[in-house]
Design a protein around this ligand. Structure first.
Ligand code: BTN
Length: 246
């Protein structure tokens, strides 16, 4: 896969740009990086806040070739690619929180938002948006008492430059697309589960209107979370996972 990279100073949301106005298909994976976003999108309708220079925010548009396995596990696979890139850069304690947050020692270092574009009669395309915290201001107002981490803290020093980080991450996405295109998420599931932050732990999963409780029993070949409850193992397709205090 070849990448076409566009780097802009500011936009509303790199995901929104690629979803609303996808570049013409020239066979390449299009990447849009923004120094700053004015309306960053998070998962489940949330906002993604960022502070000037404090993060690396970009999106990739990947068009599925005919015959590519269903995009069901793609958002988990994207988390795995990012985790691997960070590990290569020397970050220790990288884990994945279903479906695709990247944690370091339990705190959120990066978030991913995957949006699928239906392509009328053709295989779909996916916009994969990544927000990676580099150096959060000490006084950053972080909502919901979310526990966050940044790359500077995780590496104990100055993080690599954003172009260098982007190159490392795109290298892993290149590998990911190669594997995914032929074998889909089943080929990546084991590597995802090795980094599962909640493996065998008691969790609560908050959905739109219900909360499910159980023990995290990994993920299936479609990327659904497996929750062991008194009634057996349930597949969970969406929700926010948190540790359930015993
Ligand atoms: C989440 O954790 O809820 C997902 C956050 C995803 C944020 C990134 S930043 C680049 C891309 N553009 C967006 O508007 N969102 C994603």
């Amino acid at each position: 896969h070849d990448f076409a990279i566009e780097w802009v100073a500011c936009c509303d949301s790199t995901n929104a740009r690629l979803v609303d106005a996808p570049p013409t298909d020239d066979g390449r994976v299009h990447v849009l990086v923004a120094d700053r976003q004015t309306a960053g999108r998070g998962r489940r309708g949330r906002q993604w806040l960022s502070w000037e220079g404090a993060s690396l925010t970009f999106s990739l548009l990947w068009r599925f070739a005919p015959g590519t396995p269903a995009p069901a596990g793609l958002s988990l696979a994207a988390g795995l690619a990012l985790a691997r890139a960070l590990e290569q850069l020397g970050v220790e304690g990288v884990q994945l929180k279903w479906p695709n947050d990247v944690l370091v020692h339990g705190d959120k270092l990066a978030g991913i938002l995957v949006e699928l574009l239906p392509m009328r009669g053709r295989p779909p395309a996916a916009v994969i948006g990544i927000g990676l915290n580099l150096r959060l201001p000490a006084d950053a107002a972080i909502p919901d008492q979310a526990a966050v981490a940044d790359l500077g803290g995780a590496l104990g020093g100055e993080p690599p430059s954003r172009p260098a980080l982007l190159a490392a991450i795109l290298g892993e996405f290149h590998r990911l697309f190669e594997t995914y295109a032929v074998a889909g998420f089943p080929a990546l599931r084991g590597a995802w589960e090795q980094r599962n932050a909640f493996a065998d732990l008691p969790v609560a999963i908050r959905g739109e209107s219900t909360t499910l409780c159980g023990t995290c029993a990994g993920v299936d070949d479609d990327g659904a979370l497996l929750l062991r409850t008194g009634d057996g193992v349930q597949r969970v397709l969406a929700g926010d996972v948190s540790l359930r205090p015993l």
